[in-house]
Design a protein around this ligand. Structure first.
Ligand SMILES: *Cc1c(COP(=O)(O)O)cnc(C)c1O
Length: 391
């Protein structure tokens, strides 16, 4: 098939799932108690930084992920900023992450004053490669006093931030095992992977801390929002303290014991999140059905539909395919977008952005290869599907 023919039948198939008109990559669906809970907030006058919905939403996330503690924040970037601080990252530390990620990962690293180090991803998971990590550390790191030091820069390699790209679980157990050998803290950027599992363990429960995002384009949304999850009670307490201006609890006195942040999630946003969580299992089921349509469509072609590794479960937040070449990828982008079906290339590598071009990297062979070939397909939960399932 030519790209033109593939494009035409792909557009037809997408329209069969998502209907007519412009088809975005991912839009939220509000078909549960969203309106009711928002009205309840307004009626109760608790719309801002105080209110019961924040605690309720945190409990939803803890129960769903199996994390002991969940701390809501104003967005995922803020969650990651604080999580890095909690992992011990201080100015001029180095933090290993992927060049193949969304900018928020590296922005948070920069807010924490850290120098990103870019290590390659695996071609199958699109996530941080434990092999590449081991290789880079063997070449550059030495362990002293239980910490990893970069032999060439003299800096402490304090943390590692792997990211579960598009909700496809990366080899997180292997990454954690390598980091443990070097005394490097793992902070999982699980912004895209709510509803993704390794065996029966949720992504984000392998590192010391992890962060989630509830931006409008994520699996579920609170309008804007994020979450820190951890099993460590002391870290959880500090996460709450730091994200709520570091105020010492008191009925009327205002005393703060360190520089904190106003990173708390407003009650209104949490109310939306509570309603979305009630629908999450159903939304995940429907997203898996949408993914199955794409998988079948590309089966037997030389286009690879990105599926999770055996033994892992993806949330299919954004469905992704790998084309044979950059030219093919560009031709399909052009065809679909000019037919009002939104598709998107993967992010420009962080190592190729002006702010991070000077950062250390390991050559990034797979990242560069994927950067030229990956394309995202429309992946929303189709509204009509809810209708069908309700019937
Ligand atoms: C969405 C996202 C975040 C956080 O984004 P916010 O918009 O700040 O909630 C962080 N990392 C990745 C990889 C993301 O996709």
């Amino acid at each position: 098939m030519t790209i033109e023919e593939t494009g035409q039948s792909l557009v037809d198939m997408v329209r069969d799932i998502h209907g007519t008109g412009f088809i975005p990559l991912h839009r939220p669906v509000f078909e549960g108690n969203e309106k009711q809970y928002l009205v309840d907030c307004i009626d109760s006058n608790f719309v801002s930084s105080v209110g019961a919905k924040v605690v309720e939403f945190e409990q939803h996330i803890a129960a769903f992920t199996g994390a002991k503690f969940a701390i809501a924040t104003v967005n995922g970037t803020a969650a990651l900023h604080v999580a890095l601080q909690l992992a011990g990252v201080v100015r001029d530390d180095e933090v290993i992450t992927q060049a193949l990620t969304f900018i928020a990962t590296c922005n948070a690293l920069s807010y924490a004053g850290a120098h990103p180090v870019f290590v390659d991803v695996d071609r199958d998971t699109l996530g941080l490669s434990p092999e590449a990590l081991r290789r880079w550390l063997a070449e550059h790191a030495e362990v002293r006093d239980g910490k990893a030091w970069n032999r060439h820069t003299g800096r402490c390699i304090r943390a590692c931030v792997p990211m579960h790209t598009f909700g496809i679980p990366l080899r997180i157990k292997e990454v954690v095992a390598v980091c443990d050998e070097y005394g490097i803290a793992v902070v999982e950027d699980a912004a895209e992977s709510l509803g993704s599992w390794v065996g029966n363990r949720h992504t984000g429960t392998f590192g010391r801390l992890a962060t989630l995002s509830f931006n409008g384009n994520k699996v579920i949304t609170t309008g804007g929002g994020g979450m820190i999850i951890t099993d460590d009670e002391a870290l959880a307490r500090r996460a709450k303290h730091l994200t709520t201006t570091a105020k010492i609890p008191h009925p009327y006195e205002f005393v703060h014991d360190e520089v904190g942040y106003n990173y708390r999630m407003p009650n209104l946003n949490a109310a939306l999140g509570c309603a979305q969580m009630e629908r999450l299992p159903q939304m995940l089921q429907i997203k898996a059905e949408v993914a199955a349509r794409y998988r079948d469509f590309f089966a037997g072609t030389d286009v690879r539909f990105v599926d999770p590794l055996p033994g892992t479960t993806a949330n299919y937040w954004l469905n992704a395919i790998v084309l044979g070449s950059e030219a093919e990828r560009d031709a399909l982008l052009e065809y679909t977008n000019s037919h009002e079906v939104m598709t998107r290339p993967i992010w420009r590598l962080m190592s190729r952005l002006p702010m991070f071009a000077h950062c250390q990297n390991d050559g990034l062979e797979n990242s560069l290869w994927l950067e030229a070939r990956v394309l995202n397909l429309p992946s929303s939960v189709p509204e009509s599907e809810f209708g069908k399932l309700k019937a």
